[in-house]
Design a protein around this ligand. Structure first.
Ligand code: TYD
Length: 137
C-alpha cells in the first residue's frame, strides 16, 4: 500500500458560500513554511516526476480536478483530487506525478520546508536505490 492520507478540512459555509481556513497547529500535520500553486496546465501534461528526501506536503485542488499518481517503489496508486476542502497529505520518499488536469484546475501545495533542490530526487532509478538503501538502515 502506498502511504498517504486524505484530510477533510472543516468547511465554514453559510448562505454566502464556503470557506476553509488552514491555521498553524490546528488543521495541519506540520508547520507550513511554503505555499505554491499551479494553474493553466494542459490536460495531458505530466508534472512532478520526483520524490522528496525530507519534505512533507499537503496538496489541495482548490479548483477543478487532477490526478496524483503516487509510487513507493513497489506499488502505484492514483488519487483523484476534485474537492477544495480535501488535502492529500504525502510524506517523503514517495515518487509523485500529476496529470489529467481540468481546464479550471488550480493545485495549491502547502509544504513543510523551504524550497531546496537538494531535497529532490528527480531520477526514478536513483529514487529506487535510495529507498532500498533506507530500508537497510
Ligand atoms: P518543478 O519542480 O518542475 O514543478 P513540478 O514538480 O510541480 O512540476 O518546478 C518548476 C520551477 O519552479 C523550477 O525551476 C523550480 C521552481 N520552484 C521554485 O522556485 N520554488 C518552489 O517552491 C517550487 C515548487 C518550484
Amino acid at each position: 500500500m502506498v502511504k498517504y492520507d486524505l484530510i477533510d478540512f472543516k468547511i465554514r459555509g453559510d448562505a454566502r458560500g464556503s470557506l476553509v481556513a488552514l491555521e498553524k497547529g490546528t488543521e495541519f500535520p506540520f508547520d507550513i513554511k511554503r505555499v505554491y500553486y499551479i494553474w493553466g496546465t494542459n490536460k495531458n501534461v505530466i508534472r512532478g516526476r520526483h520524490a522528496h528526501r525530507n519534505l512533507e506536503q499537503v496538496i489541495v485542488c482548490v479548483s477543478g480536478s487532477c490526478d496524483f499518481i503516487l509510487d513507493n517503489g513497489h506499488e502505484r496508486t492514483t488519487v483523484h483530487l476534485d474537492k477544495p476542502y480535501q488535502g492529500l497529505y504525502i510524506k517523503s520518499n514517495i515518487w509523485r506525478e500529476f496529470t489529467n488536469f481540468s481546464p479550471d484546475c488550480v493545485v495549491m501545495v502547502l509544504a513543510s520546508e523551504h524550497y531546496d533542490e537538494a531535497d529532490y530526487i528527480r531520477d526514478y532509478q536513483t529514487f529506487l536505490s535510495e529507498i532500498s538503501e533506507n530500508k537497510g538502515v
